[in-house]
Design a binder for this molecule. Structure first.
Ligand code: ADP
Ligand code: MG
Length: 461
């Protein structure tokens, strides 16, 4: 198919025109042969009756055969407005009794038949001829031959053919015009769909209407609607991110500005110090929040837009735990890693998965029991799972649902968090089709279970 080929012209060129041509050719051939057959038949009959009319001119006297036409009879017989008629009455030996047609020869085969039609060529003209064996009590065989030029046959043939074909061709053309109109009408829903898409505002991502649509086109509209839905998700994710970021950054930046103004009012560096320390804290907080927001933006992509790779989750978890050990030690917390799987592979984004697990360990360190323990377990059976639990105060069942909301922190929670950690954890888990459950740990604190889809040869099951 060429790049700009149109459906309408394809239907017209490949369907309507060939079908019409086929019908017209068939009509022409059929009319040609049928008309020729009937013209020949009726003119042959006329030729035969002319020949028979000559039989009465054959006379027998004294055992000898003779034939004679009066001038007026000859004139009537030879009268032909469009062509010429030739005739003769001849004996078996080729003696012409009367007439202007040269004597004909008969093969034994031909001479046995009562009447014989053939096409002959005489004086540069094609003629149709009938030969007739004269009947009656005659002493010898006498033949009557009558031949005529084909002009009258041709004229009749042409006029009948034209009279017959003209309405047929006209009818075929009318059918063609109706088909063309039908194609236009059939393509109208497609044109309406095109107009609907063209007239839309760029912000209108509502699904295309699927009434008044052909089944075949429904696949296309479904695909477009699916794409619209994905775009809508992506745009609302971006808008959410922008409004979250704007909302969350405005407050600490205002605080930062206040503290800077306060520092400027001080005269000595010593009196400035508390304000400067607060500026540093605010800057840390803003940095942390920006990092979290950026991460959220990264995980907030629409489904299918991430290029996943096969990751060894066992090694990844072990490495993350190692990275968090120094921070845990600052609070005298022990991180225990329990490895119950020989191998554990998942399809995913390593940066996002690292953030997911890190956020859970970070929470366990921040909100768990100081001088306590954090247990990270990686198991493959009975179900592939990563479990992170602590022995802190835990989260009450009423708060369990809320902690996944963006910017939600349990009232009274200390620390520099901004309430985005678990929202990020949830988004990353959903993106990886990981079933995340928060609950009560046997150690007393929070237990986060990450049930991962099994990986079989690069495919998630
Ligand atoms: N392991 C935990 N133990 C107790 N409380 C927790 C734990 N993890 C999270 N929380 C509570 O859930 C809230 C939301 O956590 P999170 O989304 O990570 O935000 P942030 O850590 O920035 O406050 C925290 O403020 C905290 O009150
Ligand atoms: Mg957190």
């Amino acid at each position: 198919m060429t790049r700009f080929s149109s459906l309408k012209s394809t239907i017209v060129l490949r369907l309507i025109i060939p079908v019409l041509l086929f019908i017209i050719i068939i009509e022409c051939l059929f009319s040609f042969f049928v008309t020729r057959h009937y013209i020949n038949e009726s003119y042959d009959r006329w030729l035969l009756s002319s020949a028979r009319s000559l039989e009465q001119e054959i006379k027998v006297s004294e055992g000898k055969v003779s034939a004679r036409l009066s001038d007026s009879a000859l004139k009537i017989f030879k009268w032909d407005d469009a062509g010429t008629t030739y005739f003769n009455i001849q004996t078996e030996n080729g003696d012409i009794l009367v007439g202007d047609l040269p004597a004909r020869e008969f093969t034994p085969d031909q001479s046995s038949s009562q009447e014989l039609f053939r096409n002959i060529y005489l004086n540069g003209e094609h003629l149709r001829m009938v030969s007739l064996k004269a009947s009656g009590e005659l002493p010898s065989i006498v033949y009557i031959n009558v031949a005529e030029t084909l002009n009258r046959r041709h004229d009749s043939f042409i006029s009948i053919l034209v009279t017959d074909l003209a309405p047929q061709i006209l009818l075929t053309l009318v059918i063609g015009a109706l088909l063309y109109k039908g194609v236009n009408r059939g393509l109208a829903p497609l044109n309406r769909l095109t107009r609907n898409i063209a007239d839309r505002s760029p912000t209108d991502l509502s699904p295309l209407p699927d009434d008044d649509i052909y089944q075949e086109v429904m696949v296309l509209t479904d695909t477009i609607n699916h794409l619209f839905a994905k775009l809508d998700d992506s745009i609302s994710a971006q808008q959410r991110f922008i409004s979250n970021a704007a909302h969350q950054l405005r407050t600490p930046l205002a605080g930062l500005k206040l503290q800077a103004e306060r520092a400027q009012r001080e005269n000595s560096i010593d009196t400035m110090r508390p304000a400067l320390a607060q500026i540093q804290q605010s800057a840390d907080r803003i940095t942390h929040m920006i990092n979290q927001l950026l991460l959220l933006a990264r995980s907030d992509q629409i489904e299918g837009s991430h290029a996943f790779q096969q990751i060894d989750l066992l090694t990844l978890c072990k490495d993350i735990c190692m990275e968090w050990v120094p921070k845990a030690l600052e609070k005298d917390i022990a991180i225990c890693f329990e490895d119950k799987a020989e191998q554990f592979e998942v399809n995913g984004d390593p940066v996002l998965l690292t953030e997911l697990i890190s956020n859970l360990i970070d929470n366990a360190i921040n909100y768990g029991n100081p001088h306590g323990t954090i247990l990270v377990t990686v198991q493959h059976t009975p179900s592939p799972m990563v479990i992170i639990e602590d022995d802190g105060p835990g989260i009450s069942p009423q708060q369990l649902e809320k902690v996944f909301e963006r910017f939600y922190r349990i009232p009274g929670t200390a620390g520099k968090g901004c309430g985005l950690g678990l929202a990020i954890v949830k988004e990353i888990a959903d993106l990886h089709r990981i079933d995340l459950r928060l609950g009560q740990s046997g150690l007393g604190g929070v237990k986060a279970e990450l049930r991962c889809p099994v990986v079989v040869k690069n495919n998630i099951v």
